[in-house]
Design a protein around this ligand. Sequence first.
Ligand SMILES: [Zn+2]
Length: 113
Amino acid sequence: MGKRKKSSRKPTAKKGKDPLDTTFTCLFCHHDNSVNVKVDRKEGVAHLLCKICDQRYQSRVHHLTEPIDIYSEWIDAADLAEKDSRAANPRRPVASSSKMRPAAPPSVGSDDD
Ligand SMILES: [Zn+2]
């Protein structure tokens, strides 16, 4: 039986490509560093999660996207969602325009007889 040289491979402490983790303050529960943004450039997506109130957000990323971009996107999305929910219950009904122009086909003056 041949003896094999045991090559001890020491795993490098850092593999170089750690997903960039960044924490932020949560919009909803206002806890500091409770929101974690993971940007997965390989997958082209970013995941945002608040570990306190379990708010989630997902977005597409490109090679220049930073966690802070996802965070601000989330703020925008949350803002929009809030406006949306308000728009769902409008105080005043939108007056539909009464003047509707009938779509008259452009009749070319050609007396076919
Ligand atoms: Zn939260």
